[in-house]
Design a protein around this ligand. Structure first.
Ligand code: MLT
Length: 266
């Protein structure tokens, strides 16, 4: 694990493997270790860079955490590593950051991976719910957020049969600072609609979604697939929102099939 600086914000990250750089951006309210199975299985072929977003994991907790700021943190990380272009992938909130990155730095994106995410902004109701959750995090702590979120992150079968997965998610969540959780909720509530970007995406794009994802349902991924020219869509059976953790082998196969067709930079 190493640190980079994005202005005054310290960004913790792991950098594993060699080859084409692939940035994987984690979901809310988790941390970079959610990508463990992908990095372990595939870093003999690609270089995986997995940062903690500001407010999470080992990164600094700061009051403001917009998707644009998180995307700028990724750009600063790449600058520090002297990487001009990379594959940018994200799951859920990580996908919101991937969209914000593509909008600000399209020339730095070699390819996109959009997992269990959406291009739309929040509804008013969703914004109110985020403010409620931000206040709950500050009042009751990260444990309360873990309790509320975990049943939404995984499929019913995962909840029943894989206590090791729910425990891992719980530990990721409770190790986060409630102030970071609240800032990200407010950042997500303020995020812009990115649907106008979809038809303008000109890089190879992989869209992945768990069949049982209720937070960002497959219909949203199908709509993105319809809009993004030449995109690939993979629906993962038996998984909900954290499809990479629930069905790592299927997720990794999709990643591998996609990445092997992206030529390394000369
Ligand atoms: C996530 O998994 O990152 C969050 O569920 C995204 C969201 O709350 O919109």
């Amino acid at each position: 694990m190493a640190f980079a600086k994005s202005h005054d914000v310290k960004i913790g990250y792991d950098d594993t493997g060699d080859g084409l750089p692939v940035i994987l951006l984690h979901a809310f309210p988790l941390n970079r270790t959610m990508w463990h199975e992908q990095v372990a299985a595939l870093s003999d072929r690609w270089r995986f860079i997995t940062p903690d977003h500001r407010g999470f994991g080992e990164s600094s907790v700061v009051p403001s955490a917009t998707m644009e700021e998180m995307a700028q943190d990724v750009a600063a990380l790449l600058d520090g590593m002297q990487i001009e272009r990379a594959v940018i992938g994200g799951l859920s909130m990580g996908g919101y950051v991937a969209f914000a990155f593509y909008r600000q730095f399209p020339q730095r994106v070699r390819a996109l991976i959009l997992a269990d995410t959406r291009a739309e902004a929040d509804t008013e109701e969703a914004r109110r719910n985020r403010e409620r959750m931000a206040e709950r995090a500050l009042r009751e702590g990260a444990e309360a957020i873990a309790e509320e979120m975990i049943p939404k992150l995984v499929a019913a079968q995962t909840l029943r049969e894989h206590p090791e997965i729910t425990e891992r998610l719980r530990l990721m969540i409770v190790r986060n600072d409630p102030a970071g959780i609240a800032a990200a909720q407010r950042g997500m509530a303020a995020r812009r609609d990115q649907t106008d970007l979809l038809a303008r995406i000109e890089v190879p794009t992989l869209i992945i979604v768990g069949r049982e994802d209720q937070l960002t349902p497959p219909s949203l991924s199908e709509a993105m697939h319809g809009e993004i020219r030449g995109s690939h869509l993979v629906v993962i059976e038996g998984a909900a929102h954290v499809s990479n953790i629930e069905r790592p082998q299927d997720f990794n196969r999709a990643l591998e099939d996609f990445l092997q067709n992206i030529a390394p930079e000369r």
